[in-house]
Design a protein around this ligand. Structure first.
Ligand SMILES: N[C@@H](CCC(=O)N[C@@H](CS)C(=O)NCC(=O)O)C(=O)O
Length: 314
């Protein structure tokens, strides 16, 4: 995975590791807010760059659906496999073209936003057409903004992080981020047995905790799905096709959990959500050729998983 240094793309693979061989996720750089910092929420002004296989980008795709923002915030995809240039577009394929300025690679979007940018070139990116810059590239912050910033512009929809539930949502997110969303990456990218063992134990301890919680409630906070559920879903829906094998998170499969498995199907069957899921693309992405993790680049043919099977949790 390459990176930018002073506005120039460098393709050498650099992984941020600590002395124990544990992977450390780098900080995100663009952190502006809609409706402040001069980024007024307006229909047609903002654009999301995403990758279909990226779980962090998946959150923003889900929010654009659930919050009725499809005619308000535009969206486009980079190709699901990174190249020497990192995330790239395909000018010859309408599905993967940069619709704003015909760029070839996402790093050009970053250098337009900041000609001196140093750091990783990640998706998702929330882009401002008017100022020609990146508003924010941190998914957790983008989805909070999409939840409320376009009130009065888009059709009214339920708030996914209502003020009254926020402390509880934040507390759940803190655990699921560290041990599940990022936990599977810490297991998959570990370069020492100790670092892998630690991440692995945390993944499955939290899955057990969630399993118990979901035996008493339909969703993590009760009868309504909230931000806490939608942040968890992209990781769960990838679990058996990607993390179980490619990231060695193989103590149990999602389908082995009596509550987590129907819960994930329940979220999947929420109107609009199944269209955001593409298991074959996840497999091709996570099993891309990688010197460290998958030198042959062979993509497994299984497993077969049916998320449309009735969930009986209604
Ligand atoms: N903190 C970011 C993380 C996003 C992220 O790591 N995206 C991955 C794809 S799943 C990426 O673009 N990685 C490229 C890289 O790290 O070089 C967020 O949640 O938005």
């Amino acid at each position: 995975m390459g990176r930018m240094v002073d506005g120039v793309w460098h393709s050498e693979e650099v992984m941020e590791m600590d002395q124990r061989g544990a992977w450390v996720r780098p900080e995100t750089r663009f952190r502006n807010r809609l409706n402040s910092d001069g980024f007024a929420a307006e229909a047609g002004r903002y654009h999301l760059y995403v990758a279909l296989n990226c779980p962090w980008a998946h959150r923003t795709i889900i929010y654009r659906k659930l919050k009725g923002l499809e005619d308000v915030v535009s969206l486009s995809f980079v190709l699901p496999r990174r190249t020497e240039e990192g995330w790239v577009f395909d000018p010859d394929d309408e599905a993967y073209r940069d619709p704003l300025s015909g760029k070839r690679a996402l790093h050009e979007v970053y250098s337009q936003a900041d000609p001196d940018f140093s750091g990783r070139v990640t998706v998702p990116v929330l882009w401002d057409r008017q100022r020609g810059t990146i508003v924010n590239n941190e998914s957790a912050e983008i989805i909070r903004m999409l939840d409320s910033a376009f009130a009065g512009i888009a059709d009214e929809t339920p708030e996914l992080c209502p003020e009254a539930l926020r402390p509880e949502i934040d507390a759940i997110n803190e655990r699921t981020y560290a041990t599940i969303n990022n936990g599977v990456y810490r297991a998959g990218f570990a370069r020492s047995q100790t670092a892998y063992d630690e991440a692995f134990a945390e993944v499955f301890a939290t899955l057990d905790w969630l399993e118990a919680r979901l035996s008493e409630r339909r969703y993590l906070l009760g009868d309504q799905a909230t931000e806490a559920d939608w942040r968890l879903f992209p990781t769960l829906v990838r679990f058996d096709v990607a993390y179980h094998g490619a990231f060695k998170c193989n103590l149990r499969r999602l389908i082995d959990y009596p509550n987590l498995w129907p819960y994930t199907r329940d979220l999947y069957q929420t109107p609009g959500i199944s269209e955001t899921v593409d298991l074959e693309t996840y497999k091709r992405g996570y099993y891309s050729p990688s010197l460290q993790r998958n030198p042959s680049g062979i993509v497994p043919l299984g497993p077969v998983i049916d998320f449309s099977f009735p969930h009986d949790r209604g």
